[in-house]
Design a protein around this ligand. Structure first.
Ligand SMILES: *Cc1c(COP(=O)(O)O)cnc(C)c1O
Length: 425
């Protein structure tokens, strides 16, 4: 296991190292519990003095293998897998922010994250300020308060596909003494490693490219291990935890304090645990992630170029296109490719959008992204249909917008499918 390996080697080899006669790949350890010979051994596990598993809500060998590999690939010190991406986001915030406190987030967010931040966290007493990621550092800093505990953003925003200016956001986080939390679902660590660009915590919906085959819901939080929790702003990490007989996380676990606390407190109490079977699939998925991300990105770029030249298309939005406002940031932070999601405007607006979505043959109408199979969605008539047209436009969803999650099929077949579907309208 080596941090110096290239990411392709890390993806294949991971951190799972079988001994002689053990299975070559991590087996699905479908067991709730683990057997011990002495009370003393179990006591040590409960005191977090040993890393062995004792109950699958808190740790499981198959899940360990997935956590170890994604932490290695992101360049972090540890990871905590969860039952969904939503659970990962919620836990990543709750671990450092409680009722009466506050976070700042880029406003360009995945719909589920937006809802969590706009509706549910406020119900729990956590206030959230949404900022335009294009604002200056000074503008963004104005939203910070003494009780602000985190700055949150997505590497590639949704649905605008704007690429985050890591230099600006990490400078704001440093100046205000809070960690920068990044949702890195769209690029994956193969295309971008946020921890290399000043982020402190990385989260994923593993449901998307990490699984890659549309089989399992899951999420993961990766701890970069570099944030200094001892400024006085994060007493829950430095002071004794009364729910854990006085444990002090930073004192006992040093750079892994954040991720150990997330497991020991919030996974213990909320139980948003992945099934070992899903962890097995995520671990398998990571093995081919670099190859898939290369193909997803190449296919998306080729399709974006094709769409740009098509008379029935009014605009194309893909950060890998030179005309995209985020192109310089994409070149800087994800030079290997801009991932597989693009949006475009279809002439004829809503009706044409629905017709297109129903006419594709290979590209399937599903509410999903990040699958090996290509997916299409017309948000105005599906995911965003509850919103008024004005609300839709405010959230970046115009009536003509089509979202494509470009898969890893052969590009000629994808272009032919898109062409016949455009001509069907
Ligand atoms: C899907 C998604 C999520 C939520 O993940 P689930 O696994 O569906 O709970 C969070 N962030 C982004 C960017 C996503 O695409």
């Amino acid at each position: 296991m080596s941090k110096s390996w290239k990411i392709e080697t890390q993806a294949v080899q991971g951190t799972y190292a079988p001994k002689a006669t053990e299975a070559r790949i991590p087996t699905i350890c479908q067991s709730t519990t683990f057997k011990y010979d002495s009370a003393e051994h179990v006591a040590k596990l409960f005191d977090l003095d040993l890393p062995d598993p004792f109950y699958t809500r808190l740790g499981n060998p198959t899940t360990d293998a997935f956590e170890g590999k994604i932490a290695l690939m992101e360049g972090g010190v540890g990871a905590l897998a969860t039952s969904s991406g939503q659970a990962a986001t919620a836990l990543s915030i709750m671990n450092i922010c409680r009722a009466g406190q506050h976070i700042v987030t880029a406003g360009t967010l995945y719909g589920g994250t937006y809802s969590l931040f706009a509706n549910t966290l406020p119900k729990l007493g956590i206030e959230v300020s949404f900022v335009n990621p294009d604002s200056s550092a000074e503008e963004i800093k104005k939203h910070f308060r003494p009780e602000t505990k985190a700055l949150f953003a997505e590497t590639i925003g949704n649905p605008g596909l704007n690429v985050l200016d890591f230099e600006k956001f990490s400078a704001v986080a440093r100046a205000t003494g809070v960690p920068l939390l990044i949702d890195n679902t769209f690029p994956t660590p193969y295309l971008c490693r946020p921890l290399d660009h000043g982020a402190d915590i990385v989260i994923h919906s593993a449901t998307k490219y990490i699984d890659g085959h549309a089989s399992s819901l899951g999420g993961v939080i990766v701890d970069g291990g570099k944030f200094d929790w001892t400024s006085g702003k994060f007493p829950e990490l430095t002071e004794p935890d009364s729910s854990y007989h006085g444990l002090r996380y930073v004192e006992k676990f040093g750079p892994s304090a954040y991720i150990v606390k997330a497991r020991a407190q919030y996974m213990r109490d909320l139980g948003v645990t992945p099934s070992p079977f899903n962890s097995f699939l995520f671990h398998q998925g990571l093995t081919t992630l670099p190859l898939r991300m290369e193909r997803h990105s190449a296919n998306a770029l080729a399709l974006a170029h094709f769409l740009q030249g098509h008379p029935k298309v009014s605009w194309v939005n893909y950060p890998g296109l030179e005309s995209h406002p985020s192109y310089p940031l994409a070149q800087r932070y994800m030079p290997k490719g801009a991932s597989g999601v693009l949006t475009f405007g279809i002439k004829g607006a809503r009706e044409a959008g629905i017709r297109f979505m129903e006419a594709t043959r290979i590209i399937a109408l599903v509410v999903h992204v990040g699958d090996a199979r290509s997916c299409v969605l017309h948000p105005a008539s599906t995911t965003h249909r509850q919103l008024s047209e004005a609300q839709q436009i405010a959230s970046g969803v115009t009536p003509d917008l089509i979202r494509l999650s470009v898969g890893i099929e052969h590009i000629d077949d994808l272009i032919a499918d898109v062409e016949q579907a455009l001509n069907a309208g």
